[in-house]
Design a protein around this ligand. Sequence first.
Ligand code: CTP
Length: 473
Amino acid sequence: MNINLNQNKNLKLFKIISEVAGKNNQTVFIVGGYVRDLLMKRKTPTDIDFVTESNGIDLAKAVAHEINPKLKVSVFKNYGTAMFKHEGLDLEFVGARKESYAEHSRKPSVETGTLEDDQKRRDFTINALAISLNKENFGDLIDPFDGINDIKKKILRTPLEPSQTYSDDPLRMMRAIRFASTLNFKIEENSLKAIQQEAERIRIVSLERIMVEFNKIMLSEKPSLGLKLMEQTGLMQLIIPELTALKGIEEVEGQTHKDNFWHTLEVVDNICQNTGNLWLRWAALLHDIGKAPTKKFVDGTGWTFHGHEFLGSKMVKNIFYRLKLPLGADMKYVQKLVKLSSRPIALVDDGTSDSALRRLLFDAGEDLEDLFILNKADITTKNSSKQAKFKKNFEYVALKIKEVEEKDQVRNFQPPISGEEIMEMFNIQPGREIGILKEKVKEAILEGEIGNDKEEAKSFVIREGELLGLILQ
Ligand code: CTP
């Protein structure tokens, strides 16, 4: 089969590479994700990989020189690869390798191989497709493992025996699940079995690499596809056991609770319809994380998860730390949303007093809309009248909050009176009284005792200051 590259945006580049390789007596092929995505008519590429059956570094240098003698080429000698940037694309060149394991050694001896040797060593048949850039068969698809058929059938299959492919690089277990989730492909049965058997080997892979794949799953249209596969293969238990701890339904005195693992997956899928924000999706993934350790059956009340949001938000930090995820603003944002996740709905039950609404507004600040997106996604009941009721209640809370916000403006609360002003009023030096008085002002505003207003705050500070023994100057 020939792939007509005449209309391809990169035709000029491919011609140059073809010419240069020809002149150097080297073969050259496009391989990997670029070919897969081209055949699937998917996304615009950011990188293109090329394989030559001789020295990849030499070819990269020669091509770069032909394009522009000043182009900077990065060389990774140990891997036999070299790359450079061209018109926004990362172009990477590698020499085809044949990997053979000496019988008494685990260390592979890496020799130059043929294109097919190289294709066999790749992860999936759909990633092992190559397009020739050689003059005699320019554009020919070279597909020894019938990857094209797997694309049609939407199947992820390894070119070699699955256990061999996965033990060569256990990260591929996560990649299989990532591709299944992002492309909506099925993992072929023997491959799935191999992942189940080899799951433990994921421990030798760095968490950074695992999380790159995990976050790609989280950014897919329906992450539950990948999350379910992680659960089914045992990988979830190894990577985020706090999530698998949510699995299962218990029954005491005829009372049950929902399975919070499957509920969580539904919430994640729901939220993905309304946000592409990775960390908001993470908040959905972790919003019930505190439910396993707080679960209790209380006589007369039934199942309770008292304080799960608070504990959950503490757990977020441990999880992020362990998974080597960023611990700055993104983690704090997830913590905050987990902590506040039940607050808007609790307001419906406890009554929407202005002070409770003001407090929520104050605590959520600029993340209030995101909290609402999470709350909406959290409604997973299949009972349509219940669903309508939850939605209505929730919209009522959102409306009330809007009203309070317009009236009191506490969302991005700025104290109406500053520490300097307080010091001046009582002619005092910096000290603990300033903090106490400022906190009291904030509380009084949130409770509705005074308005968010300078004059009211001043009179309030005078009264409270006197109680602390301070004298107005
Ligand atoms: N590859 C592999 N095993 C890995 C990683 C990569 O065999 N653990 C091979 C595959 O042939 C893959 C190619 O290297 O197609 C390039 O890998 P990478 O750029 O990481 O992924 P892509 O397949 O290009 O997919 P994406 O762009 O969606 O990340």
